[in-house]
Design a protein around this ligand. Structure first.
Ligand code: ATP
Ligand code: MG
Length: 384
């Protein structure tokens, strides 16, 4: 049996449109607005005030919530770690390639922690200049710089009794690293342009897709900050290393997007399912989610999705053979012919969405000839 954990209503998810919409101006009850890519809990995405009533609203929309799908042994172990980590106050470092679910894990930690009634504030440390990031994190005093028209709390204050999610922490400059280290050590902030020190009460979760150990080695990341941040480390494996999650994720998103679009019974042909299962998913769960979203968007109720309905990007990734070295200057006629044939077949196959019948027709050769070529050059296509 797999594990599925409800972890926060992200509404219709982070499609490009809603991701852009996330750059809203949220008002936290009793605080000045926080602007820019800092994001405050999922409820705030719907412009609801962050206060105790948000918890009620959150519960009311739980049926719409995306779930954390974790069927593979690797992810089940990780979820166990996350559950244990959530109960403590320790700083957590989440590492993983892009799209593996770092933010979802951070939200899960917050949601399962004793701080769940407080806000969850996400800040993308790679999205700001130093001075803007300082203002975002620590706040500023009126007149601290041009445009600072009023006093403003930073996220460390705004997330009081909640969780601050420092995303892309590896992208922080050395200057900002020292400042954040101070907050983590002393649990106080000083707003930009002010002298008063203010206590903060937050739990910090950080994420990176960079190799922090390597950054420490190259002196691009402070070793002392690294040890402060990685008290508990969660490593999310790439999707290609936990293939048992692919099918449950596909089913989950198929169900989710079909329900959202009110389309019943959109199904995958077995050949389509095979393509999805064999794909390496370089963009991880985000790529898979996007693929299923486009399948559902283009399908009619009751449709059976064939491989040619998959995105060109996915099919060409899959059918493209590993790059063949350019033929050497002394290549024989046969070697040159092979290199050329290989390229033409790969191109045509990708252009036909991986469909073998269409590719054979387009090259005006029999399917058996095409099969022989695919076998010779280590390529795969879809019957049909
Ligand atoms: N195990 C999972 N179950 C369900 N949905 C998932 C899972 N993992 C990731 N997702 C979904 O995939 C998308 C990408 O996840 P997320 O934003 O957390 O990734 P990330 O690691 O933070 O990516 P990036 O490094 O690009 O910021 C989100 O829509 C998220 O809800
Ligand atoms: Mg992220």
């Amino acid at each position: 049996m797999g594990v599925a954990i409800a972890c926060g209503s992200i509404g219709r998810g982070d499609t490009p449109v809603s991701a852009r919409r996330n750059r809203w101006h949220a008002t936290i009850a009793g605080h000045t607005p926080i602007r820019g890519p800092a994001r405050i809990a999922w409820t705030a995405r719907k412009h609801w005030p962050i206060n105790r009533s948000m918890q009620t609203s959150d519960r009311a929309t739980r049926s719409e919530e995306p779930q954390f799908v974790a069927e593979s042994a690797e992810m089940r172990r990780l979820l166990d770690l996350v559950t244990r980590a959530a109960g403590s106050e320790a700083t957590v470092l989440i590492q993983g390639e892009t799209g593996t679910g770092k933010e979802l894990i951070a939200r899960t930690i917050h949601r399962k922690s004793p701080r769940h009634a407080g806000p969850f504030v996400a800040v993308n440390c790679g999205a700001y200049t130093d001075s803007l990031l300082a203002s975002e994190l620590f706040g500023h005093k009126r007149g601290a710089y041009t445009g600072a028209v009023s006093d403003r709390a930073g996220v460390f204050e705004a997330a009081s009794r909640g969780t601050v999610f420092l995303d892309e922490i590896g992208a922080m400059s050395p200057t900002m690293q020292i400042k954040v280290l101070r907050v983590l050590q002393e649990r106080i902030v000083t707003r930009v342009g002010a002298s008063e020190e203010r206590p903060v009460d937050v739990r910090v979760v950080a994420a990176t897709n960079a190799d922090l150990v390597e950054l420490v080695r190259s002196r691009d990341f402070r070793e002392d900050l690294y040890y402060r941040v990685k008290v508990i480390t969660c490593r999310i494996p790439p999707l290609r290393d936990r293939r048992d999650d692919i099918k449950p994720l596909v089913d989950h998103f198929l169900e989710y997007f079909s329900r959202a679009a009110d389309k019943q019974d959109v199904r995958l042909a077995p050949a389509t399912e095979r393509v999805l299962l064999e794909c390496d998913w370089p963009g991880n769960v985000r790529q898979l989610r996007g693929e299923v979203e486009q399948i559902v968007a283009m399908a009619d109720t009751g449709a059976v999705i064939e491989p040619e309905h998959l995105s060109e990007e996915l099919l060409s990734d899959r059918v493209a053979p590993s790059p063949e070295p350019t033929p050497k200057a002394d290549a024989t006629y046969q070697q040159l012919l092979d290199a050329w044939t290989r390229e033409v077949v790969a191109d045509r196959l990708a252009g036909c969405g991986g469909n073998i019948t269409k590719t054979a027709q387009s090259l005006d050769i029999s399917r058996s000839t095409l099969y022989a070529l695919l076998k010779k050059y280590g390529m795969h296509g879809q019957d049909g």
